[in-house]
Design a protein around this ligand. Structure first.
Ligand SMILES: Nc1c(NC[C@H](O)[C@H](O)[C@H](O)CO)[nH]c(=O)[nH]c1=O
Ligand SMILES: CC(=O)[C@@H](O)COP(=O)(O)O
Length: 225
């Protein structure tokens, strides 16, 4: 850790050359104690350690800057996506799919980089999502379905299985699997979320897929190499 000296006028001097590094006054309170010496890895968040006084100088601890990683929505070149769609309640899943495809187009994802796979119902989504993830051909997988409560507890079995299944598919194959399966008490709730007054959850899932694909491909892949 380099030790940098703060002169009485608040200027930072390089420990090696003794030349001025930058004006430190903006980092410290107005009444900057004279003759400060501090160890730093970054010039952020200074904390003057008044308890540590050596040779008439206080030590100042400066926290290193934290790094913030986030996927981009504007860097979709080369990113490939799969969309697994349940045909059950296709009056709902078709507009969800269209919402996702329209969002991909808006964010410049090429048609040839999108693969749509149809399955009978939401219960069948996870196994297909996992298979697609294991292929290594896709940067993210969107799972689209509409589970609507009926007269029995079958709803709970399908909805819970779809949710935990998609989660486990992503965890097991290491490819982001986005949960775009509606779980609704009635058809009106589903219609409102498939392009109605509550928006289009398929479009939202596509945005999530783009961000996660970019996070994995552009940020986390670098970190692990
Ligand atoms: N009731 C709904 C179903 N049921 C079908 C299951 O998903 C599955 O295909 C069947 O149990 C055979 O394994 N699927 C939905 O997507 N939405 C429903 O509301
Ligand atoms: C989610 C379902 O499986 C449900 O729609 C089936 O309806 P029901 O519970 O009346 O059999």
């Amino acid at each position: 850790m380099a030790s940098i000296w703060l002169t009485e006028s608040g200027c930072l001097l390089s420990p090696s050359s003794g030349q001025r590094v930058s004006k430190a006054s903006q980092y410290f309170p107005k009444s900057v104690p004279k003759n400060l010496s501090f160890l730093t890895t970054s010039l952020r968040a200074p904390r003057i350690n008044y308890a540590d006084k050596r040779n008439g100088r206080y030590s100042v601890i400066l926290a290193a800057e934290s790094r913030h990683l986030m996927g981009s929505l504007t860097d979709t070149k080369g990113l490939r996506f799969a969309v697994v769609v349940a045909r059950f309640n296709e009056i709902i899943t078709n507009p969800l799919l269209e919402g996702a495809l329209q969002t991909f187009r808006q964010y410049s994802v090429k048609e040839e980089d999108i693969t749509v796979v149809k399955v009978p119902g939401s219960f069948e989504i996870p196994v297909v999502a996992q298979k697609l993830g294991q292929s290594g051909a896709y940067h993210a997988i969107i799972c689209i379905g509409a589970v609507i409560r009926g007269d029995t507890t079958h709803y709970d079995a399908v909805a819970n299985s779809a949710a935990s299944g998609v989660l486990n598919a992503g965890l097991s194959c290491g490819v982001p699997c986005i949960f775009g399966v509606l779980t609704c008490d009635d058809m009106e709730q589903a219609i409102n979320r498939a392009g109605g007054k509550s928006g289009n959850k398929g479009a939202e899932a596509a945005l999530t897929a783009i961000e996660m694909a970019s996070l994995f491909e552009h940020k986390l892949k670098k970190q692990s190499s």
